[in-house]
Design a protein around this ligand. Structure first.
Ligand SMILES: Nc1nc2c(ncn2[C@@H]2O[C@H](COP(=O)(O)OP(=O)(O)OP(=O)(O)O)[C@@H](O)[C@H]2O)c(=O)[nH]1
Ligand SMILES: [Mg+2]
Length: 229
């Protein structure tokens, strides 16, 4: 079975289309977890209404300890599939790519939806987003040697076989759960599948200066973790 995990915060205008895209694309046995941090726009309620229409669509409404990566960890804990896919719920990660990611999980431990391999790209990013992304990536590469063979280490779109994370004690901060998986997971093969990171059409980004500070703390926390094992 495949478990798809969708972290959400204020995605009421996107959630239905994403869920529809997932169910249209993935014909395999699956469960979908919307992990919502008690969104003020009541995304959780819209998702709960959808769960009557879609089989195995579950909604988790978290009220404490907000955070994207923490929500994904909760999804890991609640789900059962032997293959797991994590994706954004704002349509920047195309559901049509799910099949390719799931198929690639047959022969690989981790499959990263990648904007940095041939055929992958980011649509219309302003210069400051590019600059921040280059800086954030460089910081992780400097301190975390485990990520060296992966090109798109900041991707939020990835698949992982459950064995990789089964015995991991996650302790993430902020947004970048893939870093945590690459540093702490038990794996040998990573494949990157290209995709185009689309422009956000509705809803608003939760990224801001605070998230960048949190990211820096997360990288150092992972660095210290590696020193201690
Ligand atoms: N559960 C949960 N989900 C979150 C949180 N922050 C963001 N998300 C969701 O995580 C996904 C990615 O967040 P975005 O704000 O779109 O981040 P981004 O794609 O890097 O930024 P943009 O390109 O500006 O959209 C979306 O599905 C959000 O709804 C949070 O604190 N908790
Ligand atoms: Mg987004």
């Amino acid at each position: 079975m495949i478990s798809v995990i969708l972290p959400t915060y204020n995605e009421k205008d996107n959630i239905e289309e994403v869920v529809e895209g997932i169910y249209d694309t993935l014909k395999e046995d699956k469960e979908v977890f919307v992990v919502d941090d008690d969104s003020p726009d009541e995304t959780w309620k819209v998702a709960q209404d959808l769960s009557g229409r879609y089989k195995n669509l579950f909604v988790i409404r978290r009220k404490k300890n907000r955070g994207l990566a923490k929500s994904v960890v909760r999804g890991f804990e609640e789900s059962d599939g032997e293959k797991i896919v994590v994706m954004d719920a704002d349509l920047q990660h195309p559901p049509e790519k799910l099949t390719e990611i799931v198929e690639a999980l047959e022969g690989n431990d981790i499959v990263v939806g990648s904007r940095k391999v041939e055929g992958g790209e980011v649509e219309n990013w302003p210069w400051y987003r590019k600059l921040v992304s280059v800086g954030a990536e460089a910081l992780a590469r400097l301190f975390l040697s485990d990520v060296k063979d992966v090109k798109d280490i900041l991707s939020g779109f990835f698949g992982v076989n459950r064995e990789v994370i089964e015995n991991v004690k996650f302790n993430p901060l902020g947004y970048k759960i893939l870093l945590e998986v690459l540093v702490k997971g038990d794996y040998s093969t990573v494949k990157e599948v290209p995709y185009t990171f689309k422009d956000r059409e509705t809803g608003s980004s939760s990224l801001g200066f605070r998230q960048y500070c949190t990211y820096t703390r997360h990288v150092f926390r992972l660095f210290l973790h590696k020193l201690s094992v």
